[in-house]
Design a protein around this ligand. Structure first.
Ligand code: CP
Length: 306
């Protein structure tokens, strides 16, 4: 494949190849091989119109470990403030010889538009409420490395599904790889048709307590207050009481089950600090795995091997 705009761009064989390549990248890093010459002379542009900590830094680290030249573009402080369009910005980057553009944008579909304007690969680093496919890849990688498989895994994705690009990409990728996803949250934050529209096998529940004992993975989503309207979200206290993961709820999970969160977290809202920092939490591991997963994506897309 040339672009990674959606988790739907990945069939099972390609997704598995990316996860296997990420494992090789992690193994090399574990053997103190910090840098590979693979992308020497290639240019990766990080084009970020929305804030990011994990994704931007890990794409930069991944590209540098593959010896690519990295250009970091942030909309803040650029000519975007003078009204320059995404298309003109893209053509400027194209003129500078970008081999890959990693884009985060508040508009759903921005990576698809970008792919029609530039010659290089386009990688979606989060577009509006639509998708975040490399987050889904690092999440799948984390599940597979902790639990040994993806096929047949039972995964609950909990919380603000309505606004979550992480949830959408995870539903698509996990279903492709044979996992069974249950979306859990208040009815106002799970659009009635979302599960069926994304993947018909996806289940929906509004009762977290009844779902937990059957799960291998529980993935808590950030409550996206910046995208929220009052009608969706009655109160933080009520939300935490029904859908927050605290120690008492975590004990309802089977002993082997893991707790995930893509970050950034609202500690005390969707997850308590005790759970986030517990030995079952893979939150820090997910960040570390993000570098290996993004190395694999850059290596395979720019090397034409995916
Ligand atoms: N998980 C994630 O996308 O985090 P950032 O917004 O910090 O990149």
């Amino acid at each position: 494949i040339k672009h990674l705009r959606s988790a739907a761009d990945l069939d099972a064989a390609t997704a598995t190849l990316i996860l296997d390549t990420a494992a090789e990248m992690a193994a090399l890093a574990g053997r103190e091989v910090k840098k590979l010459p693979t992308l020497r002379g290639r240019t990766v542009v990080n084009l970020f119109y929305e804030d990011s900590t994990r994704t931007r830094i890990s794409f930069e680290a991944a590209a540098k470990r593959l010896s690519a030249d990295v250009i970091n573009f942030s909309a803040k402080g650029s000519s975007v403030s003078k009204g320059e369009s995404l298309k003109d910005t893209a053509l400027t980057l194209q003129a500078m010889g970008a081999d890959a553009v990693v884009i985060r944008h508040s508009a759903s579909g921005a990576p698809h538009r970008l792919a029609s304007w530039v010659d290089g690969s386009v990688i979606n680093a989060g577009d509006g409420t639509h998708e975040h496919p490399t987050q889904a890849l690092l999440d799948a990688y984390t599940m597979r490395s902790r639990l040994g498989r993806l096929d047949g895994l039972k995964v609950a994705i909990v919380g603000d599904v309505l606004h979550s690009r992480v949830a959408r990409s995870n539903v698509l990728l996990l279903s492709t790889l044979g996992a069974q996803v249950t979306l859990v949250g208040p009815p106002t934050l799970i659009p009635v048709d979302i599960a069926a529209a994304l993947e018909p096998k996806t289940k929906v529940s509004y009762d977290l307590d009844s779902v937990l004992p059957d799960m291998d993975v529980v993935m808590m989503l950030r409550v996206q207050t910046e995208r929220m309207q009052d009608s969706y979200f009655p109160s933080a206290r009520e939300y935490s009481r029904r859908y927050g993961l605290d120690l008492a709820r975590m004990r309802k999970l089977p002993e082997h089950a893991i707790v995930m969160h893509p970050g950034p977290m609202n500690r005390g809202m969707e997850i308590t600090p005790e759970v986030a920092d517990s030995s079952r939490s893979t939150i820090v591991e997910q960040v570390a795995n993000g570098v290996s997963a993004r190395m694999a994506v850059l290596y395979l897309l720019l090397g034409g091997k995916a």
